[in-house]
Design a binder for this molecule. Sequence first.
Ligand SMILES: [Zn+2]
Length: 494
Amino acid sequence: MRIAIAGFSDETCTFCKDLTTVERFESGTIRGHAIIEKNRGIPTYVNGYLKVLEAEGAEIVPIVHASKGPGGFSSWLVPECFEKYANEIRDGLKAAGPVDGVLLALHGAMAAANAVRPEAEIVRRARQAVGKDVPIMVTLDLHANEDEELAEAADAVFILKTYPHVDSEEIGMKAAECMVKTVRGEVRPYTACRRPGIVSASIYQASDQHPMKDIYDRCREWEKVPGVICASVAPGYAYADVIDIGMSIFVVTNDDPELAEKVAQDLNDLAWSLRESFTEPLPDAKEATRLAMKYVSQGLRPVIIADGADRIGDSTHMLKELLAQGAKNWVIPCITDPKAAEELKKTAKVGDEVTLTVGGWYDEFSGTPVEITGTVEYMGCPEYTLVGPMGKGSKVKEGFVARINLGDNRHVVVAERMRGANDSAGLSCVGLDYNDLDIIVLKDRVHHRAFWDQVAKADIRTSVPGQGPADLSQLHYNNAPYDAYPIGRKWTGI
Ligand SMILES: [Zn+2]
């Protein structure tokens, strides 16, 4: 059995300004056997494919795995970028000779300037190489915006059920198992698709909390029914202004259209009944800071504040509030500011006292720049290994960062490009121990909880301005469907 594997994935934030270029992708793209080597032992979709295919004794044909290099979010893929990698998958498959199946690790939230439904188009390009009889199966992130076109293009669709995403390998295995059985002729996948018409901010999509927990519990119940291979619900990605924005449901059965449609409709109806739970009001920067300080005063520490809206890392809303309200023992592990970072790199050394203006430069959501004075305690380009459940073992190489201690154990990490601390390695690499801190402000929504839930005493979700806000009414959509709840014209009246 010869199975080709390839990937082309992006979560495109069309409310960011900079277009996504070939250059951004080339720095993160791997080809041929490097795909196998780089994924082995890391909990990814591809490692899941490998586990099953190697156990089966299948010949694995790695083509290309295209994803963006480090640097954070960016806007629409330019046409050359989409074409380059979509065609590379097609041409790589042609050059590889006959295969029995193709597994594609996609994301689902790509927005490409020249492809209305990029993931369906990637599958069609692969199809051009292998023909209509070779099964093509797709794995997706749950931040996927998809519709029937993908169900039609692919033979089966498999989507994560955890946010924080800790089941990528499991979903990769599920797809590969379905592929192996399909090639052997033991199953014949049928995929049903539904779109309930719900658009939700990522911060409301945690898989262990209402409403997504209710939905995933129902998926798992259905998966116990004989004949149901996989029941997936992607809540979608609200920060790509695309026509298929919002939740999508894909149910794969073994040659049982009636069952697949019934399960998909049931999940559709359940999701629709829960739609209002995706818009619960959250505290703003001021209130989040007040709450965090209250928890600390009660002995609860460390407290995480999740500023999920800031996709660039330059936002200063939380920094201003921490300073204004006199909080102590805190860190903001990322204020992205390439100019300030460059200046520090050129003129400062560890131990220097510096005064500089940071952040608030990207757009109208970023807040205004803030002047800080403190002692430089770390400078450099950190390299480390992730230790949390998400991506455990993955190597991280960062751009230049400088940690400045403002006194009272208050720290700002000024970074050349967006960085994070979704586990403790992002702090220890700049010389900080979370045990010494009361408040940790992360520019993240849910992923950090995979690690920080184990040590933090509280996790405060916020509604702060940004390119990816909790309150979707802050954004102006051009492409959303008329009836997409709650952003479409039917609901907003605008
Ligand atoms: Zn995701």
